[in-house]
Design a protein. Sequence first.
Length: 211
Amino acid sequence: MLDPHANMPVAYAGHDLKSARCAVILLHGRGSSAEDILGLADTFNDERIAFLAPQAANHTWYPYSFLAPIEQNEPWLSSAIARVESLIQNCLATGIQRSSIVVCGFSQGACLATESIARRPAHYGALIAFTGGLVGPSDLELQHDGSLAGTGALFSSGDPDPHVPWSRVEASARELERMGAQVELMCHTGRPHTIMEKELEVARSLIFSLL
């Protein structure tokens, strides 16, 4: 399959996209679903926000660890990034500005969110990465061209985490900050592989600042 995610469904919640002030794209983790991550819409709910949650083929955005050689995760990774971009283009087509679009994910979805933003830099509303970072092996130089000036970014993760090393979260935050993003970095010692309420509070504030 050259483009496994292209025709997968999208779950929606919140305000109608055509008249929303802000759009939040929610990316689920490995083994999860669009309906599951869409539960965050209840946490971030506001009558002016539209929520979009694409479903990954076979419940995974790419087959191997985000720290595997990038070519091992192809064509799944490129298909996933293209899927995120297609949803951004859908939002833009309805009149929502890119600066009012938030890309948010958990775990594998957070890695996809971060990589998508870094590969297509612009002024986004925000990136919210709950336990995730840029994709590629540990010895890869995390260097991306372009500017993320005006983009808010939250990187929040446990340390240690069974899937995402804290060192990669830190390195990803540094790279996006170098690209001009306004980054907030949160470390939760001993936190399990989940999302905590205090992380949601910071993310909520970031989203609501766009309204």
